[in-house]
Design a protein around this ligand. Sequence first.
Ligand code: SAM
Length: 273
Amino acid sequence: LEETIDALAVEPGKKYIDATLGSGGHATAIVKRGGAVLGIDADPEAIAFAKEEFEKQNITKLKVALGNFRDLSAIAEREGYNNVDGILFDLGISSHQLDTPERGFSYRFAAAGLDLRLDQTKGESAAQLIARASQRELYEIIATYGEEELADRIAGRIVSARKLSPVASVGQLAEAIGTDTKRRSRVFQALRIAVNDEIGSLKAALVQAKALLVPGGRLVVISFHSLEDRIVKQFLRSGGWRLITTKPQVPRSSERVANPRARSAKLRAAVKQ
Ligand SMILES: C[S@@+](CC[C@H](N)C(=O)[O-])C[C@H]1O[C@@H](n2cnc3c(N)ncnc32)[C@H](O)[C@@H]1O
């Protein structure tokens, strides 16, 4: 949190977009430093929680908007946030989402439906994707987004399982993957990335973020797997940026102990020229 707020160089009276509001930890910290924030999230539940929380705490310099950051420009324009001093992306899903069984994000809740969508009212769930995709497509998703070496075998096992009955619950998918928990995490992550088109959304959003920033404005991105980090790295090297981090910043060892879920986080920050 501290490193992110420092990287954004928050100053009183300036405007910021938090494109991944979640539970509002970062956004609230920006407001505490005197910034005004537009917080965006694709998850209606996250937005409802944030609205209630900010009203309760009487935080007024924080506007919230439901939407996918792939539509960043349109959302920012609509909310009057089109010339901003900083934009933050803290990618992936929140601990709250991961720990809510009905979302299907975690292999720990066997009875939960296999959903994995950020917004459960839109698009195809993971169960629907598994029911319609070819074995080749499943293999590519698991190999590319999960960087899983046994992708071939796992895709085959999923296809065999769905011949017997639809793979519609978390437990059914977990069983098809096998007992290795790291492998389970990688496959669930891969399907989540595919279901939400997370790579396509990130690429689209980065271009829009650059256009929304004033010269001297800052972009800060925290990513959690190498594919995302590579996209951010290449985007920041494509010109028009002064890099604040030439190598990504990683959590301090004390944070890795206190918050193990942050272990794989990589922060990159740059100033728009
Ligand atoms: C790691 S959490 C953010 C936590 C937040 N920084 C905090 O302090 O509480 C990521 C959030 O981004 C949201 N998200 C992920 N991809 C998104 C997208 N394409 N558009 C909008 N929100 C997205 C998720 O729903 C989730 O709430």
